[in-house]
Design a binder for this molecule. Structure first.
Ligand SMILES: CCOC(=O)Nc1nc2cc3nc(NC)[nH]c3cc2c(=O)[nH]1
Length: 371
């Protein structure tokens, strides 16, 4: 069943480091996936994204099915060729985006019906249609099941109902996906912040059998502590020999705490979104480049990070670009931030391999605060 071999090279407590091998390339884990919402990691060329060390990026089904439409992407050779990224791509199923972006959406057992936030046109997503869009039209390497998540805090009965529907949709996605070998299908665990519901979700999904298991329904406003409490037990409920993917996470400290608890894959818009707003992430916490203290700071952001945005440009110049509202400021800070997140993942892969993740976690948290 396992379409993609996942080799765990070392473990340190609950943390793991390894390689998820796909026909389009290997993904070193723990891995961070830059988000390429509408077929672009905002403000960056694919060459700049590759230079950060990213092994895989994320594409959004919701956005691409609305514009330029999945059928057009297919006619143009699929998403890899369309955006010139020949490494692995993971696409989401569209469910979360529908719930958070479309004004009108209606969920039934059969499907999610919604209106486009672009032109109000009506669309229907079923588990089968989501698989067709992702696997056949966009041609992604890792396909996500269609799921139904509830915003927190959620009534237990509501969370249970959405979790059980997600598991039924997982079965329908598994059936629609069929016996493909060159692509993988990941499940999504739901259940809110309820341990028993999370366990039931994991058992239902494990019985169906998937190539990887995502932890959904988090990073939806519950806060860092509540998320960590769920992560104290949720990753361990999922099959240990398959990748575990925490969706939509997160700030560097969130990622470190989740890797420490056994999570292997992450995606978040934070590096590019905060870069567009003048923020640079560093080992000592985030810097706001609008701040006057950088006006004549001739040092680069971080000479140890192998992209020119981090290594070659002075903070004084970045400060100027941000104050002037120059597009290049958004480009350079987005590029640096994605490269910083990749450097963070690389440091954790090394820390786990050398059995010093506990010390890394402690030192990282201390440095992020001491600003
Ligand atoms: C990336 C795959 O996503 C899906 O197909 N469904 C899904 N996506 C989520 C995205 C999320 N982003 C955040 N915070 C920024 N929380 C998320 C949860 C889900 C989810 O439960 N389910």
């Amino acid at each position: 069943m396992a379409a993609f071999p996942f080799t765990i090279a070392a473990t340190d407590g609950k943390a793991r480091t390894g390689v998820l091998s796909t026909p389009r390339g290997d993904i070193r884990t723990p891995a961070f996936m830059p988000v390429g919402t509408a077929g672009t990691v905002k403000a960056l060329t694919v060459e700049q994204v590759a230079a950060t060390g990213a092994d895989i990026l994320l594409g959004n089904t919701y956005h691409l099915m609305l514009r330029p439409t999945a059928e057009r992407v297919r006619r143009l050779g699929g998403l890899h060729r369309f955006m010139r990224w020949e490494k692995p791509i993971l696409t989401d199923s569209g469910g979360f985006q529908v719930m958070s972006l479309s004004q009108i959406s209606k969920v039934t057992e059969d499907s999610v019906t919604f209106q486009s936030h672009l032109d109000g046109s009506r669309h229907v997503l079923t588990p089968e249609r989501s698989i067709e869009i992702q696997a056949d039209l966009l041609g992604s390497d890792i396909v996500m099941q269609l799921d139904e998540l509830v915003a927190l805090p959620a009534e237990r009965d509501r969370a249970a109902e959405a979790m059980r529907r997600s598991a039924r949709w997982g079965q329908r996605c598994r059936d629609a996906f069929g016996a493909r070998e060159a692509q993988a299908l990941f499940a999504i665990q739901q259940g809110g912040t309820d341990e028993a519901l999370r366990a039931e979700s994991a058992e239902r999904l494990r019985e169906i059998g998937f190539d990887g298991y995502a932890i959904g329904g988090l990073a939806v406003g519950e806060g860092h502590e509540a998320m960590c409490e769920v992560l104290d037990y949720a990753p361990g409920m999922l099959p240990a020999e398959r990748p575990r993917y925490l969706m939509g996470v997160g700030k560097p400290i969130d990622i470190v705490e989740a890797v420490y608890r056994g999570v292997d894959m992450f995606d978040c818009v934070l590096p590019t979104r905060s870069g567009r707003h003048g923020q640079a992430w560093t080992w000592d916490g985030p810097l706001n480049l609008k701040n006057a203290r950088f006006a004549e700071d001739e040092e680069p952001l971080d000479p140890t990070i192998p992209v020119s945005a981090s290594r070659d440009y002075s903070k004084a110049y970045l400060h100027h670009l941000v104050k002037a509202g120059e597009i290049l400021g958004q480009v350079l800070l987005s590029w640096h931030n994605v490269a910083f997140f990749q450097a963070l993942m690389g440091e954790m892969r090394a820390a786990i391999a050398e059995r010093r993740m506990e010390a890394f976690r402690r030192d990282f948290a201390a440095r992020q605060k001491a600003r």
